[in-house]
Design a protein around this ligand. Structure first.
Ligand code: KMT
Ligand code: NI
Length: 175
């Protein structure tokens, strides 16, 4: 895992866009984003059990697997959105980037590789992209009823109760 501020320069979303300004695991934690290095699947099983996650699936995002729809899927994943539930991703192979908004609404880019696990809290604005290798395999964990519907960012979303809860818990509650 490596995290840094996104450079906001033009260019393909799959390029690193590394501004050189580093972001630490502790910085991520303050945003409610939890990172774990998990070489053992048993540890993922424990974490899932602790948090009440009963279901999982695996997705491969690559042109080989997705064919013609790959480019449009990758663009869709990159639309800024939030969910009304946690988003847990465990990288099984390949690599990719999750971008999350920080307190000042700046993009923080989190590079994940095999054996990295990330938990994004409900209500955080984020987006995902593959990198230049165009290949990632990830496990998606979910509870009984996944509320995975991506809600794309808009002014209206600021009144969403899950967004409001996230803002009060992580963005307002600290100096
Ligand atoms: C997401 O939430 O954008 C995804 O699930 C993308 C594929 S998982 C790396
Ligand atoms: Ni998402």
């Amino acid at each position: 895992m490596k995290a840094y501020f996104y450079d906001n320069l033009p260019g393909d979303q799959r390029l690193p866009h590394d501004s050189g300004k580093e972001v630490t695991v502790e910085d991520l934690q303050r945003l409610g984003v939890l990172y774990y290095r998990m070489p053992a699947l048993e540890a993922v099983d424990s974490l899932a059990a602790e948090r009440g996650y009963k279901n999982r699936d695996e997705i491969t995002v690559s042109p080989e697997k997705m064919g013609d729809v790959y480019e449009s899927k990758v663009k869709m994943f990159f639309d800024e959105h939030l969910h009304e539930d946690e988003e847990i991703r465990y990288i099984r192979d390949g690599a990719g980037y999750f971008d999350v908004r920080d307190k000042g609404d700046q993009w923080v880019r989190i590079q994940l590789v095999k054996d990295d696990l990330i938990i994004l809290p409900a209500g955080i604005y984020h987006r995902f992209t593959t990198d230049e290798t165009n290949y990632i395999q990830a496990m998606r964990l979910f509870k009984e009823e996944p509320k995975w519907t991506p809600l794309n960012r808009s002014g209206d979303l600021d009144t969403n109760p899950y967004r409001k809860e996230y803002v009060s818990q992580f963005l307002e509650a600290q100096s």
